[in-house]
Design a binder for this molecule. Sequence first.
Ligand code: SAM
Length: 248
Amino acid sequence: MKNDYIEKYGFKMVLKQEADKVGIDLTDEMLQKFEKYKDLLIEWNQKMNLTSITEDYEVIMKHYIDCLEIVKYIPDGSNIIDVGTGAGFPGIVISIYFNNKVKITLLDALNKRLIFLKEVIKELNLKNIEIVHGRAEELANKEEYRQQYDIVVSRAVSNLSTLLEYDSGYIKVGGKCLFLKGDSVNIEIDEAKKAFDILKCSVSNLYKYTYVVNNEKYNRYILEILKNSNTPKNYPRNNGQIKKNPLK
Ligand code: SAM
C-alpha cells in the first residue's frame, strides 16, 4: 500500500513527509542525496550483501527515519565516529544531513562494505568524511584514534556491554556515545553495569521514538552515554578476551 503511495508521489516526497512528521526538515539537496544513496544501495546489494531491507518504503522508515532521529542529539561542529557502519548506517545519513558541518569517520571490519561506501561518498560528493578499515577493539588502542572524538555512534553492532568496550575508547572525556537500540535496551543497560563501571561511563539519557511499517510498530531508542574519565589503559581487550569474558 505504502509503495503505491511512493509510485504516486515519488520517493523524495514520501521521505520528506515522513521526516516532517518527526520534526526533521530535509532540503531538496538532502532528498536528492538520499534517493541516490537508496539507488546505489539497491544496485550494489545485488552483488554483495549490504542489507535485507530493499523495498522503498522500508528503506525510508527502517534505514533513513530510524537513523535520522540521531541528528537531534548531534551539535554542529562535532567530530564523530560510526563504529560498525556496515552500508553506512547511521554514518552516511548523518553526513547527508549535516553536509560539512560535522566531521565523520566510518569504521568497519568488513572491507567489501567499505568499497561500497567509497562509491557512495564519491557519487554524493560528501565532504569531511573518512573511511577506516579495521576491528573496533584494535583501532581504539591506536593513538591516532584513541580519545579523539566528541561522539561515537553505532547501530546493530553488538550487545551493550561489548559495544561499550568496542566504542568508549574513541571518545574524549566529556564526550558521548549515541547508540541506536531496540526493545531490549533496558535489559542491556542492567546487564552492562560492570562495563559502565570499568569503562568510566554512565547513562545520561534514553530517548524513545516509534514508527510503524506494514502495520507493525517499532519501539526504538537512542541511548546516550557519557564518558566521565579516561578509558583504562588495558581496554578494550582483544577480541578473544572480549568474547570469552564479557564485562557482565
Ligand atoms: N550499523 C549498520 C546498520 O545498522 O545497518 C551495520 C550493522 S551490521 C549488523 C554490523 C556491522 O558491524 C557489520 O558491518 C560488521 O562488519 C561490523 N562489526 C561488527 N563487529 C565489529 C568490530 N569488532 N569492529 C568493526 N566492525 C565490526
